[in-house]
Design a protein around this ligand. Structure first.
Ligand code: MN
Length: 257
């Protein structure tokens, strides 16, 4: 059998499972909120065109509107000023949209400390146990934050000092961009950077370093708890928006049972 007929047979008989890493998109999908003077994104909304009625008796359909960075979504290099000469979301090579994914689980630490920052040492310790990060693959950061995704306030976890959500240290952002063999970093939170990352030096280091290195981000992932630590195959499918800085994406994982 060919490798692809092996795969389709394994999908059919359950030896390979498909896990949906995508949060549902609706007007309740939580969105990023930047403080003044910065402009904010629109959330997701449907506008009904017809619903088996006078406007279209046999069909139901909608327009939709949303920011590019709403819900489970893909950050293209051009999203950040450091990556401004890089590819927009329509220019990302399709080969980069399918690749191996590994999971680092710090959900316990993040439950105790919502400002938890993943460090270079955490990833190096992970590599000691599980091997090197996959070339042209994804490092997925399990923070447990997906359990808050039904509630905008809990998801952003903001108080008078701003948003308190987990992320990565400046050093790790730099390391992932320049040393690690991965092409992307995925998170369960509203963005790849920590809630407090506007105070870091540089600000928003994950965006700045990874997108500057022509790597990618995936945010608001769901069901990372269902993935093995290593061995999953991730499929990300952002819309090919011409000049788009990112796009809501359906993200799937193939997992061997
Ligand atoms: Mn984004």
């Amino acid at each position: 059998m060919s490798v692809l007929s092996d795969l389709t047979a394994a999908l059919a008989d359950g030896r390979v499972d498909v896990i949906d890493l995508t949060a549902p998109l609706s007007n309740r999908t939580p969105i990023l909120h930047l403080p003044p003077p910065f402009a904010n994104t629109q959330g997701f909304a449907l506008q009904e065109i017809s619903n088996y009625d006078d406007r279209g008796p046999a069909w139901y359909w909608n327009n939709f509107s949303a920011g590019e960075h709403v819900g489970t979504h893909f950050d293209a290099p051009v999203h950040w000023i450091s990556g401004r000469d890089g590819p927009d979301v329509s220019e990302v090579p399709p080969q980069h949209l399918i690749g191996p994914a590994v999971v680092i689980d710090k959900s316990k630490e993040c439950a105790e400390n919502p400002d938890f920052l993943l460090q270079v040492k955490d990833v190096q310790d992970w590599q000691q146990q599980h091997g090197v990060l996959p070339r042209d693959g994804w490092l997925l950061f399990r923070s447990g934050w997906d359990s808050r995704a039904h509630d905008q306030a809990a998801f952003l976890n903001a108080n008078e000092t701003g948003s308190h959500t987990p992320g990565v240290s400046v050093e790790l952002a730099q390391w992932l961009a320049n040393e690690a063999p991965v092409i992307g970093f995925g998170v369960e939170t509203v963005g790849t950077d920590a809630g407090a990352a506007h105070t870091f030096e540089p600000a928003f280091p994950c965006h700045s370093f990874l997108l500057g290195a022509r790597k990618y981000g995936l945010t608001q992932l769901a069901n990372l708890s269902k993935l093995p630590t290593t061995g999953a195959v991730l499929i990300a499918s952002p819309l090919p928006i011409v000049r788009g800085s990112g796009s809501p994406a359906r993200v799937l994982a193939l997992v061997a049972r």
